[in-house]
Design a protein around this ligand. Sequence first.
Ligand code: SF4
Length: 317
Amino acid sequence: MEQTLYPWGHNRPFNAYSNHFKKIFGTRLQKLSVDAGFTCPNRDGSISTGGCTFCNNAAFNPSYCQRFEDIRKQIEEGIAFHSWRYKRVSKYLAYFQAYSNTYADLEVLKERYMQALSHPDVIGIVIGTRPDCIDEAKLDYLSELNKDYHVIVEYGIESCYDETLKRINRGHDFATTRYAIEETSKRGITTGGHLILGLPGESEEMMLNEASILSELGLHSLKFHQLLLVKGTAMVEDYEKNPNDFDFMSFERYSDFIIKFLERLSPDIVIERFAGEVPPRFQAGYNWDLIRNEEVVARIEQKMLAQNTYQGRLYKK
Ligand code: SF4
């Protein structure tokens, strides 16, 4: 039997989501994006109408997922869409991805989540949301739901710095993020986060410090996104006015940086994604050309092995 080197139980130099998923579920699962018709307080005027400066939801929503369509129908179409590609997949997680998927009354949330969970092949839900769209009643409900299904809540963290959150017009501070993650995690709900690396005004040192901050919150998983300019966003205007505040990393520099970040991150945090992809028709300005996610992972992993390093090597509790 192969000897394992790392606390996550395999020999890859980071706590990889695909391995973790297989260990937890014993099989390959597919996530199906659904658009449940929610909006977002940063767009509907409750906080602002402009939204976060990087946000263009159309750029991140797959084509099979149409707004306001019946959720169960979206699930069926999603299964049909994926089944020719992933023949061995038979169980699914419904991914409530677009906008803020806890931004409604609890009764509305229950009804929409249960529409997805009523499909016999859906064994859980992944709920993408903002940290300021959650409260104790919603978390208590999700904690109950978590006894019968897999429930994963994924928060947009984006940055641990209030000055950055202000600049990107997030409409909440980091104390709100900390509270949401800690409250979710302590109820035994799998808690994920999304972080953007390279936001204007953040130095590499500031970003590396985020590894230490995020390691202490009880997060189970993290997704990273390199800073990209997306058409139709306020960030494009910010860039045109203040180009010197933006420092886009080449792939080589980004991969070196992310390795340093991982070295400082808790080994308990599962890495779901190193970088994001935006369809070419939405790209504006600096982007890496044609590097797909699988290649990003493979190249970062090779670099880590060549450097003889691993996630958590410099992590201090
Ligand atoms: S990124 Fe999320 S929170 Fe920000 S405006 Fe878009 S949907 Fe709302």
